[in-house]
Design a protein around this ligand. Structure first.
Ligand SMILES: Nc1nc2c(c(=O)[nH]1)N[C@H]1C(S)=C(S)[C@@H](COP(=O)(O)OP(=O)(O)OC[C@H]3O[C@@H](n4cnc5c(N)ncnc54)[C@H](O)[C@@H]3O)O[C@H]1N2
Ligand code: MOO
Length: 632
C-alpha cells in the first residue's frame, strides 16, 4: 500500500504534539558518576559546590621576596632600604605565604647584596599576594543543576577539589539506514545503488550535541526485517531514527510499520526539504522517520531529533546567528511549504551578499558548501534579486574568512579548483567562492556589484577577448583583466571517435548537450556555426544544457549524447577524445579599484608561481605563458 499524505502539518505544531506524547522519555532522568576530567559536554544532575577554596591558602602572586610590609614603609627611590637576610624570604609564584609576612616584592625590584637586599620602594600590605579564596570560596556554588560543562569548567571542578561529578546519562540514539538500493561504502557502486552516507553526518551531529549513537546494519525494504531491527533497537536504545522509506513509494514502509507497532503523531510537514518526516513512538520510545535525501535528513535530524533530546537534557537550544545580506538571485518559493534555501555568503565592495545554492534535497555537497539558510515561510512567494534577507548561519563565520573570500561569478574552468587548492597549500587565507553562470551573466553580476571577479572568455569581434563586453557593461568604471590561462576549445566525442567526427559540418546529424546560455563556450560554438552558415537549431539537443566543462565531458562519456563542447583539459580528465577548434584566453575581470586588494594579489601570486604552471601543464590543454599578467 502506498502512503499518500496530502495534509502536511507545520513543523512547530507537529513537534509540540510529538513532545506532548513522549513525556515519559522526558521525565526519565538517569544519571551516572564520572571523573571530572571526562565531563566535557556532559550535563550536571545536581548543583555542585566547591570543596576547597581557590587558592586554598594565601600565596605569592609573583617571583620575589616575602616581606613584612610595615618594615618597607620608608624605602624610596632616593632613600634605598637595606633588609637583612632574616627580614625576608625568597619565594616563587604560588609559594604559600609564611605566617607573619604580608607582601611580596617582585625580584626585578630587588637588588641582591652579600648579606641581604636593597629595595627602592615600599610595598603595601597584601601587595602581590593571592588571597585564599580569591577566585572561589569553599562551599561556593560552582554550577547549577543541568549545567553543560565547557572545557574551562573541568579545570574549575578539579581546582575546587571536585574529582567526580554526577551527570545525566547520555541518550542512546538508534540510527537505522534502510533501502534495497543502499550499499555500504566498502561495496562496489553499480547503477541503481546508493552509498549509505547519511549516517556518518548524523552520528557526528549527534556527537557534537553529547548524544550517543548505535548504528544498525542497512535494513532492506521489507516490513518483517524493519520490524525485527526496530524490536532490537527498542531493547538497546532510548530514541529511534529510521532513515528513508518515509514517502509515497511502493517500498516505503516506515509509516505502516510504525502504525502496526506504535503510534504516528505526524506524517508530512509543511517544510522543504524534509516534508515526508514521520513522528511517533513505539511503546515509550520516541521514533522519527527521516526522509532519505541527505539534506532532508539533516534538517529533520537537527530540528526534531536533536532539539527533542536537548530538551530532555535541559540544554538550551542555541538560536542560530542571523546575518542580513543582499540576494544575488531571485528565489521563488511555494506558498504551501516553509523552505530552507542554502546560502553562501560573501563580501563585495563592503556589502554582504547572499548567493542561493542548489535547492535539491539530494544535493549534499551544496549543504556542505553553504554558510546558512534563508528561510522562506509559508504564504510568502519568495524574494527578488537585491532584497536584503536574513541568513540563519549554520555556525558563526570568522570575519577574516569572509573578508578573504573572493566572490567569483562567471565562466567555469578546472583552473578555479587548482587556484583554490594552491592557495590552501601556500597557507593563504584567500579562497575563491565560485558560481558558474557563464561569462555573460558573470559580467552582469560584476557590473551590478554582486561579485568581485568575473572569470570570462568572450571572443571579441576583432579576435581579442572580453573587451567588447567590458565596453558594454562598464561605461563609467575602469576594469582590469588578469590573464589566467590560454585554453584549447573543441568538440568532445567518445573515446576512439566512433562516429568519425572531424569538422563542424560533421555535427549536423548528431545529438549534443550544450553549455548554458551566456557561457563563453556556447557563444564560441555559435560563432563558429555562424561562420559556416549552419543553423544551430538543426543540431539535435542544442537546447539541452549543463553548466560545467566536466559535466559536458561526462555526458559524452556516459553516451547521453554524440558530442559536446568544452576545453581540452576536461576531455583529458574524463578520458574521452577531443577535436581542436580554437585557442582562447580565460581571464578574470576585476574592477580596477579592487586590483589592489590583498586577496587579488594572492591570486596573482599563485598564477605566476611555478607550482601553478607545473600543475596546469600536467592537466594538459593549457598555456600559462601570460598567467598572472594584468591588462588595464
Ligand atoms: N510521489 C512522491 N514521491 C516522493 C515524495 C512525495 O511526496 N510523493 N516526496 C519526496 C520527498 S520530498 C522526499 S524528501 C523523498 C523522501 O524519500 P524517502 O524517505 O521515502 O526515502 P527514499 O525514497 O528511500 O530515499 C530518497 C533518496 O535518498 C537516498 N538515501 C536513502 N537513504 C540513504 C542513506 N542512508 N544515505 C544516502 N542516501 C540515502 C535514496 O537512495 C534516494 O535516492 O521522497 C520523495 N518522493
Ligand atoms: O521535502 Mo523533500 O524532503 O524536499 O526533499
Amino acid at each position: 500500500m502506498r502512503n499518500i499524505y496530502l495534509d502536511t502539518q507545520e513543523l512547530e505544531k507537529a513537534l509540540k504534539i510529538f513532545q506532548e506524547n513522549i513525556l515519559k522519555f522526558f521525565y526519565k532522568l538517569e544519571s551516572e558518576t564520572i571523573s571530572s576530567k571526562d565531563a566535557f559536554g556532559r550535563v550536571s544532575r545536581n548543583a555542585i559546590y566547591a570543596k576547597y577554596s581557590s587558592p586554598a591558602y594565601h600565596s605569592s602572586a609573583m617571583d620575589g621576596v616575602m616581606v613584612k610590609s610595615e618594615m618597607t614603609k620608608y624605602a624610596r627611590e632616593n632613600r634605598p632600604l637595606f633588609l637583612k637576610n632574616e627580614d625576608f624570604i625568597f619565594c616563587n609564584t604560588g609559594s604559600a605565604l609564611v605566617k607573619g609576612y604580608d607582601a611580596v616584592i617582585m625580584i626585578e625590584d630587588v637588588k641582591i647584596e652579600k648579606d641581604g637586599i636593597t629595595i627602592m620602594k615600599a610595598v603595601n600590605p597584601w601587595e602581590n599576594i593571592r588571597i585564599q579564596g580569591e577566585d572561589v570560596v569553599e562551599k561556593d556554588l560552582l554550577f547549577t543543576s543541568f549545567h553543560k560543562f565547557s572545557s574551562v569548567d573541568l579545570s574549575v571542578l578539579i581546582a575546587s577539589g571536585i574529582t567526580e561529578v554526577e551527570v545525566l546519562k547520555k541518550v542512546k540514539l538508534a540510527i537505522i539506514p534502510s533501502g534495497n538500493e543502499i550499499i555500504g561504502e566498502e561495496d562496489e557502486l553499480k547503477i541503481g545503488k546508493i552509498i549509505e552516507s547519511n549516517s556518518a553526518m548524523l552520528i557526528s551531529m549527534a556527537r557534537e550535541n553529547g548524544i550517543d549513537t548505535l548504528l544498525y546494519p542497512i535494513v532492506k525494504d521489507n516490513k518483517d526485517d524493519i520490524k525485527t531491527v526496530l524490536e532490537k533497537a527498542l531493547n538497546e536504545c532510548d530514541f529511534i531514527t529510521l532513515i528513508a522509506g518515509t514517502s509515497a513509494g511502493s517500498k516505503d514502509y516506515a509509516r505502516e510499520v510504525l502504525e502496526e507497532m506504535g503510534e504516528v503523531y505526524a506524517h508530512g510537514l509543511s517544510i522543504k526539504p524534509g516534508k515526508p518526516a514521520i513522528l511517533g513512538k513505539i511503546g515509550e520510545t520516541p521514533f522519527v522517520g527521516l526522509p532519505g535525501y541527505p539534506v532532508s535528513a539533516h534538517i529533520i535530524f537537527d530540528k526534531i531529533v536533536i532539539s527533542t533530546i536537548l530538551k530532555k537534557m535541559r540544554v538550551n537550544i542555541e538560536d542560530k546567528l542571523i546575518l542580513k545580506a543582499k540576494l544575488t538571485r531571485p528565489i521563488i518559493s511555494s506558498l504551501k511549504n516553509r523552505e530552507y534555501i542554502r546560502i553562501k555568503i560573501g563580501i563585495v565592495d563592503g556589502k554582504l551578499i547572499a548567493t542561493p545554492l542548489d535547492r535539491k534535497a539530494g544535493s549534499l555537497y551544496s549543504l556542505s558548501e553553504s554558510d546558512g539558510y534563508v528561510i522562506i515561510d509559508r504564504n510568502i512567494e519568495g524574494y527578488n534579486r537585491g532584497d536584503v534577507v536574513n541568513v540563519s548561519l549554520h555556525r558563526p563565520i570568522p570575519k577574516n574568512v569572509l573578508e578573504n573570500r573572493i566572490v567569483s561569478i562567471g565562466s567555469h574552468d578546472i583552473v578555479l579548483d587548482v587556484i583554490n587548492d594552491l592557495l590552501a597549500i601556500e597557507n593563504k587565507n584567500t579562497r575563491l567562492s565560485s558560481s558558474h553562470v557563464g561569462s555573460l551573466s558573470g559580467f552582469k553580476a560584476l557590473s551590478e556589484g554582486d561579485s568581485l571577479i568575473a572569470p570570462s572568455h568572450l571572443l571579441d569581434k576583432n579576435g581579442t577577448y572580453n573587451n567588447d563586453a567590458i565596453k558594454l557593461f562598464f561605461k563609467n568604471e575602469k576594469v582590469g583583466k588578469i590573464n589566467v590561462v590560454g585554453r584549447r576549445q573543441g568538440i568532445y566525442v567518445e573515446k576512439g571517435n566512433p562516429l568519425g567526427i572531424k569538422t563542424i559540418e560533421d555535427l549536423l546529424d548528431k545529438t549534443m548537450i550544450n553549455r548554458q546560455r551566456g557561457a563563453g563556450t556556447r557563444l564560441l560554438f555559435d560563432y563558429l556555426l555562424d561562420k559556416k552558415n549552419i543553423d544551430k537549431y538543426k543540431i539535435k539537443g542544442y537546447d539541452n544544457e549543463v553548466t560545467t566543462h566536466l559535466s559536458a565531458a561526462l555526458a559524452v562519456k556516459n553516451r547521453d549524447c554524440d558530442f559536446s563542447i568544452g576545453v581540452e583539459s576536461a576531455a583529458i580528465k574524463m578520458d574521452i577524445d577531443f577535436i581542436y577548434l580554437k585557442d582562447e584566453e580565460y581571464q578574470f575581470i576585476v574592477k580596477e579599484k579592487n586590483l589592489k586588494l590583498n586577496s587579488i594579489k594572492d591570486i596573482i601570486e599563485i598564477l605566476k608561481s611555478k607550482k601553478f604552471k607545473d600543475t596546469m601543464e600536467k592537466l594538459g590543454g593549457y598555456n600559462t605563458d601570460k598567467s598572472g599578467s594584468i591588462i588595464i
